[in-house]
Design a protein around this ligand. Structure first.
Ligand code: SF4
Ligand code: SF4
Length: 134
């Protein structure tokens, strides 16, 4: 059976609650992404990693700020136009294709994720979305 209404915007709509910006999420940032953030905020690039990142596996990840939210969360994402790829892609990520249960686990955290479609249709929708981003 075809589920034509299983589109990215139907299975996910961000409610801007900030739940995914809380805790140590391991949001990796590349050098290119750091440059974009530095330019956007017009801040000193030299101490960016020391000031705004922690290091995980030798790579910089965004640090936690107040109330254990991401250092760039302040009621909303303050770097939204230049936020890292990991944040931009959420929740359309490869691990959901590996195991659809990850979608359901993510849905317990993120109120914008819908689970009331067949798993196979959700997976196919995410697969197509990821193909577009290659
Ligand atoms: S948890 Fe989900 S709904 Fe809330 S801000 Fe993050 S993506 Fe949006
Ligand atoms: S960069 Fe923005 S979207 Fe990503 S975790 Fe930080 S506050 Fe959330």
């Amino acid at each position: 059976m075809l589920y034509k209404n299983v589109t990215p915007s139907n299975i996910f709509e961000c409610r801007q609650c900030g739940e995914c910006c809380k805790g140590y999420g391991g949001t990796f940032v590349t050098e290119k992404e750091i440059k974009a953030i530095v330019d956007y905020l017009n801040i000193d690039p030299e101490h960016f990693v020391d000031k705004y990142c922690q290091v995980s596996g030798g790579k910089p990840v965004l640090a936690q700020g107040r109330n254990s939210y991401c250092v760039f969360w302040d009621g909303l994402c303050t770097i939204h136009p230049v936020k890292p790829r990991m944040c931009r892609n959420w929740p359309f990520i490869k691990s959901v294709l590996v195991d659809i249960n990850n979608w359901h686990i993510m849905a317990t955290l993120c109120p914008g994720i819908r689970t009331d479609f067949p798993d196979s249709a959700i997976k196919e929708c995410i697969r197509k979305e990821l193909t577009k981003k290659l």
